[in-house]
Design a binder for this molecule. Structure first.
Ligand code: ACO
Length: 334
């Protein structure tokens, strides 16, 4: 059994925040941000919208393009590190889409690599589990975990959702033919948003004392060593894409489009240079949206498909990387 991508969709919040807007709240400026990152604007959730609705909107658009009825979906994978329910938001998307057949819906947490893991998981469920139509959604709202007084991180992130429909097909039409996935917990110190230490107390203390647990726990804001994350990405992503190409049995020259997690234009350019992919074959939309974590790859794919850049039969080398640390690549045919 093969599997192919047959639809995509995306949704972003209405509130647009420019570099100039950020310069009003932290000591920064448009030139620094755009030269160092390539980012000019980002979208941020306001009181008017929420992430689950955005994810459902992106999913609805992907199903429409795929011409798949919500009742024919048998698996929903929500790739998100910022769900609106600690227990996972995927079932809420199943409810919002009105899938009466009660497809399995669950969350996958892998930060900016989440969508790649979701895509490969979808392929495994289709190939080994008999599933037919799988919705893979990447959605994140890192704006909720950003320290808006830290100019080193608050300029980078935006909120968004993107989705694809992956469908079972004959092996001859297979559209996902090579992947490579990794993680390295040693690198967690370079990028994390951990539970606050003083809130991990339990009713039964380590010294045997019994007390009341905290009413609620919360996570700290995103902590990042930008230089280390930059070096990590530029080192592992080309290796990972090479490995995925090898697994796919394809040479680099077969790549029509390079589609990387949209974190920093300088990372995208460095990886493209190492893989010798010319800039006109590189998909980039982070100038408009910043780093939208698990949403960035399906959001950029959706724009590239709807604008006619990516066409049926094109080969895409896609790669995600981020907190965990996690990273992974897949070679796809649209
Ligand atoms: N505006 C103006 N100056 C700034 C800003 C800002 N927004 N931020 C930092 N600076 C200053 C610093 O204070 C520093 O000043 P100093 O030299 O006086 O000390 C100087 O600019 C250089 O700062 P660096 O942090 O060294 O700048 P760098 O060139 O490394 O760029 C950046 C920082 C853009 C964050 C870069 O390291 C990067 O993009 N790293 C990758 C980050 C990334 O991709 N993270 C997402 C991972 S995805 C996930 O899973 C969440």
């Amino acid at each position: 059994r093969g599997c192919k991508l047959i639809g995509c969709g995306s949704a972003v919040p209405t509130l647009k925040v420019s570099n100039d807007d950020l310069a009003k709240i932290v000591d920064t400026n448009d030139e620094w941000i755009s030269v160092r990152t390539g980012i000019r604007n980002r979208r941020v959730l306001s009181g008017k919208d929420n992430l689950t609705d955005l994810a459902a909107e992106a999913a609805r658009k992907a199903l429409e393009m795929a011409e798949v009825d919500p009742n024919d979906v048998d698996l929903i994978l929500l790739c998100s590190s910022t769900p609106e329910d600690l227990f996972g938001s995927a079932p809420q998307i199943q409810k919002a889409l009105g899938c009466k057949s009660n497809p399995l819906a669950f969350d996958i947490t892998a930060a900016c690599s989440g969508f790649m893991l979701g895509l490969v998981s979808a392929a495994c469920y289709i190939r080994g589990g008999g599933f037919k139509n799988v919705l893979v959604i990447g959605a994140d709202a890192l704006s909720r975990y950003v320290d808006w007084t830290d100019r080193g991180t608050c300029i980078l992130f935006g909120d968004a959702a993107g989705a694809v429909v992956v469908q079972a097909c004959d092996i001859g039409e297979d559209g996902l033919f090579g992947f490579d996935l990794h993680s390295d917990g040693e690198g967690q110190r370079h990028l994390n948003a951990s539970i606050k230490e003083n809130e991990t107390a339990h009713a039964f203390g380590t010294n045997g004392s019994v007390g009341f647990p905290p009413k609620s726990s919360s996570y700290s804001c995103i902590q990042m060593n930008g230089k280390e994350v930059f070096r990590f990405a530029v080192r592992v992503v080309p290796q990972s894409i090479e490995a995925a190409l090898e697994n796919a049995g394809l040479p680099r020259s077969e790549i029509d489009w390079l589609l990387l997690h949209q974190a920093n234009q300088r990372i995208i350019d460095a990886v493209a240079t190492r893989l010798e992919v010319p800039s006109e074959r590189v998909i980039s939309n982070l100038a408009n949206y910043g780093n939208t974590s698990a949403a960035s790859i399906p959001l950029a794919l959706d724009e590239a498909v709807r604008s006619g850049k990516v066409q049926s039969g094109h080969v895409i080398a896609a790669a995600g990387f981020g907190a965990g640390l996690t990273w992974g690549s897949a070679i796809l045919r649209w």
